[in-house]
Design a protein around this ligand. Sequence first.
Ligand SMILES: CSCCC(=O)C(=O)COP(=O)(O)O
Ligand SMILES: [Mg+2]
Length: 226
Amino acid sequence: MIRLVLLDIEGTTLPISFVRDVMFPYAAKALPALIEDHTNPQVVGARADIAVSHPGEDPLKVCQDWMAKDEKAAPLKTLQGITWRQGFEDGTLRADLYQDVPPALKAWSKGGLRLAVYSSGSVPSQKLLYGYTEQGDLTPLFEGFFDLSTGGKKEAASYTKIAKACALKPEEILFLSDIGAELDAAKEAGLHICQLVRPQDKTVPHEGVPQAVDLNDVTQKFSLPA
Ligand SMILES: CSCCC(=O)C(=O)COP(=O)(O)O
Ligand SMILES: [Mg+2]
């Protein structure tokens, strides 16, 4: 029996275009000044991590390359999250979630399902994103937020850790994502899985995996509360 739905963000609840065309350019603009901030311990830590993976390279250039490739690198995600705080808090950024998302999450939660987030975006940026959506503050719907500090999304061990943190068996969790390799890892850990194949995101269907076009379709296919 499914007790908790674990949700990816980009490509699952939020159009990829919002991340690529709105959030990334905002972060790219703020990054050159932020990366020179030697007083912020999070920035100092991120720079130190970049120096380990890319010794001798310009940290700003490394981050810019990562952003161009939408690389899910933890130091980049930390730095982006710091830049986005200002934008969400002053109203410049508002997450425009897929229209099917808020009503489905509310119905699932009302029907007794537990909800949690697992995204490459840092936990503080996940909370900002769901705190400031066009449809209001959705953070109270989620009991847990997980990011790359739990482990990579393409590693089965990360899903085992999340199940333990939620005090659930893996088979009591349904993981939703657009990325085949993430779903394979979750399946290996014993979770139920479903790929969101969003036409707007031109998602590539992953072979041998249950698929849905939106969260209403997930509701039907997994008999979740409507
Ligand atoms: C708060 S998420 C911001 C989007 C982002 O930077 C990201 O990497 C999302 O990746 P996901 O794992 O949700 O596909
Ligand atoms: Mg995704």
